[in-house]
Design a protein around this ligand. Structure first.
Ligand SMILES: [Fe+2]
Length: 254
């Protein structure tokens, strides 16, 4: 079986708004274009957009914010390989899940799913829920508080039981809470999720975003790779994952 090559990019935060602390919101799509060209040159079979695709201008209104999402989505849509989309908290600031789905496609709620590609089982999670299980939508949340709801965790457990393939997980928020102290970027129920992943014995890698400096950690046979935020000044945001012979190799391409 040929290796599966996946281009990964996180936290694009595109918006027509003034620069702030080195974040150049209006220019971030140029970085996405460069990432796509690098991923294509590396032979990427598919691309995963890891959430927080857009941002919003101060005092932004819904229509203007939808236009940011639309513009960013049009760029990803122009790529010649399939793109999978994860929801991030900023994707649901002053717009609703329905607004998001109307542009990007798919269901408004419970945007989690899995697919089998080239001998691998890829799982995409929807991590945008408040601790009481309310789906994030139209800014009805506090960004430091997110969980994977009970029904999704149950689905995940079942999904992992029913595959015989090696698994890679993708989600916007971070799960490896043991790896850093005093950070605000983890799902509040991450320990329970990690135990499900570990017990399955099938999960090789978790790709996550949200924490812009990026990170790598490993526990009980599962690796956790946190992508750097594209919106930040630093390079290293464009990543290519090569999945072959049950292993995941990751390299920076931009
Ligand atoms: Fe985020």
């Amino acid at each position: 079986m040929k290796p599966l090559k996946i281009g990964l990019i996180a936290d694009v935060h595109y918006a027509q708004r003034p620069n702030n602390s080195g974040k150049r919101y209006a220019e971030t799509l140029q970085k996405v274009q460069r990432f796509y060209e690098a991923a294509r040159n590396q032979g990427a079979d598919l691309i995963v957009q890891m959430g927080d695709l857009k941002d919003e201008a101060p005092g932004a209104n819904r229509q203007q914010t939808i236009s940011h999402l639309d513009e960013a989505f049009q760029l990803f849509r122009s790529f010649s390989v399939p793109v999978y989309y994860l929801l991030g908290n900023h994707d649901l600031d002053c717009i609703s899940r329905e607004d998001y789905a109307a542009k990007v496609g798919g269901e408004a709620n419970d945007r989690y799913f899995s697919v089998d590609v080239e001998g691998w089982h890829l799982v995409f999670l929807d991590s945008c829920y408040s601790p009481d299980g309310t789906p994030y939508s139209k800014g009805n949340f506090f960004w430091e508080e997110a969980i994977l709801p009970e029904h999704e965790l149950k689905w995940l457990k079942n999904d992992l039981e029913n595959t015989t393939k090696p698994v890679v997980i993708f989600l916007h928020h971070c799960l490896d809470a043991w790896a850093r102290e005093n950070q605000k970027h983890f799902l509040l129920n991450s320990e329970a999720i990690c135990q499900v992943l570990e017990k399955s014995g099938k999960v090789k890698m978790v790709f996550q975003g949200h924490f812009h400096p990026g990170n790598f950690s490993s526990r009980n046979g599962v690796d956790y790779f946190t992508l750097k935020g594209t919106i930040e000044k630093s390079s290293g945001f464009g990543v290519l994952a090569e999945l072959k012979e049950g292993r995941v190799e990751v390299k920076t391409i931009l």
